[in-house]
Design a protein around this ligand. Structure first.
Ligand code: FAS
Ligand code: PHB
Length: 394
């Protein structure tokens, strides 16, 4: 029988960040991860960090490399209907910037911090399951290296992503699920080529495309593909030709093609499970919610959940005060739903839906025209893209 304060399920960004913040406040935890460390580090996912995410990582001493290597942006570009791109100056409109820095780099930084403190992270665990989630101690049973193991703890943090065991462990009658799937996904490519300088979103009759970056020599591009697309049908040559076809000539000419070092298709989905707590189990990150990546919110929401949850756990252990724990779900969900709406709005505005009527397409084009012509509309988008402040941050 192992004992700890908090059993954390999942060593993704949510789980490792929670483990680190708790450790720096003297609160011990054990992290249980299904995959190998190499597998976790090999995932290529998010790339854009809101100012609040950078602030949280800096506060806990996790942003040294981010500050050295991150590409800070004042805004992003939108291009459509073959017109030249226009720049939404997020910094001018709301005084915030955002940073391009890959999630895999954050994962490396979190593992480095965990190694430095000799963190208890078990990889390759199997069959994680919970005892009663009401009352203490909470119990987590699992197998590791062929051995049946069990943890007694005060709390369980479900940081095990959309396909984890934590959310399904909540009895169906105690959770309300909101779910919307989209009829397309994003085919993403990482290539060792110099990227375009800006982050550029394209709405084109052939479909959505996005230009982003990971470093001055590492490009990240995406194109919208129909649901069910077989990635084998997309050799590099076809991807580069399609990507360039979705940008205006002046940008397409600047895109440097090269061999893909990672290529994958991510489905798009909007999903929220309410509440983000059941007894001693607290959900955080993708375990509780999913956003289409159009708004670059997924990873940033995971970080805001962990800010709220770690703050609540620290108050419980330091002050014997469970007020923040009682309000964790409501507090986190306020920010989740605002990000869900922004991500849904941008996905609807920038993608081509198979059932879009000519009238609906005109509505989108004139929404973009309004965005182009109105600094007020641009300010509203800038404020949502930059991300809302963290409640109670000081
Ligand atoms: P994660 O899914 O990252 O981590 C969960 C961890 O739990 C994993 O390591 C998993 O192995 C482990 N786990 C699962 N089940 C377990 C079990 N039963 N026992 C133990 N461990 C278990 N966001 C953006 O902002 N921009 C993007 O472009 C973007 N692209 C994405 C592409 C893909 C393919 C995916 C899946 C997500 C993408 N996201 C993007 C969102 C992504 O970045 C998430 O928001 C982020 O990974 C959330 O982190 P976690 O909550 O830690 O969940
Ligand atoms: C990325 O760089 O991976 C990225 C950028 C912007 C998005 C989504 C993903 O909206």
């Amino acid at each position: 029988m192992m004992q700890t304060r908090v059993a954390i399920i999942g060593a993704g960004p949510s789980g490792l960040l929670l483990s680190e913040i708790l450790a720096q406040q003297g609160i011990e935890s054990i992290v249980l991860e299904r995959e190998t460390r190499q597998h976790v580090l090999a995932r290529i996912r998010a790339g854009v960090l809101e100012q609040t995410t950078v602030d949280v990582l800096r506060r806990w001493g996790l942003a040294r490399r981010l500050d050295e290597q991150g590409h800070v942006h004042d805004g992003m570009k939108i291009v459509w209907a073959g017109r030249n791109s226009f720049f939404i100056d997020v910094h001018r409109h709301c005084g915030k910037r955002f940073t391009a820095y890959g999630q895999s780099r954050i994962q490396e930084d979190l593992y480095a911090a965990a190694d430095a403190r000799g963190a208890a992270i078990l990889h390759g665990v199997r069959n994680v399951r919970f005892g009663s989630l009401q009352g203490t101690p909470a119990r987590v049973a699992f197998e590791h290296e062929g051995q049946a193991r069990e943890i007694e703890c005060d709390f369980i943090a479900g940081c095990d992503g959309f396909h984890g065991v934590s959310r399904p462990s909540i009895p169906a009658g105690n959770v309300h699920v909101f779910d919307k799937t989209y009829p397309f996904g994003w085919l993403g490519v990482l290539s060792e080529t110099p990227p375009l300088h800006e982050i550029i979103y394209a709405n084109h009759p052939r479909g959505f495309a996005l230009a982003s970056q990971r470093s001055p020599s590492l490009s990240r591009y995406y194109i919208q593909v129909p649901m069910g697309t077989d990635i084998a049908e997309w050799p590099d040559e076809r991807f580069w030709a399609e990507l360039k076809a979705r940008f205006p000539q002046e940008l397409a000419e600047r895109i440097v093609a090269g061999p893909s070092i990672e290529k994958s298709i991510a489905p798009l989905r909007s999903f929220v499970a309410e509440p983000m707590r059941h007894g001693r189990l607290f959900l955080a990150g993708d375990a509780a919610h999913i956003v289409p990546p159009t708004g670059a919110k997924g990873l940033n929401l995971a970080v805001s959940d962990i800010y709220y949850l770690s703050r609540a756990l620290a108050a419980f252990y330091r002050d014997d005060d469970d007020t923040l724990l009682e309000h964790y779900s409501d507090t986190a969900l306020r920010r989740v739903w605002h990000s869900e709406r922004t991500s849904w709005y941008l996905t609807r505005l920038l993608h081509r839906f198979p059932d879009t009527s000519d009238f609906d397409q005109r509505m989108k084009e004139y929404e973009l025209e309004y965005l182009l012509s109105s600094p007020h509309a641009q300010a509203a988008l800038a404020e949502q893209y930059a991300g809302l402040p963290l409640e109670g941050w000081q």
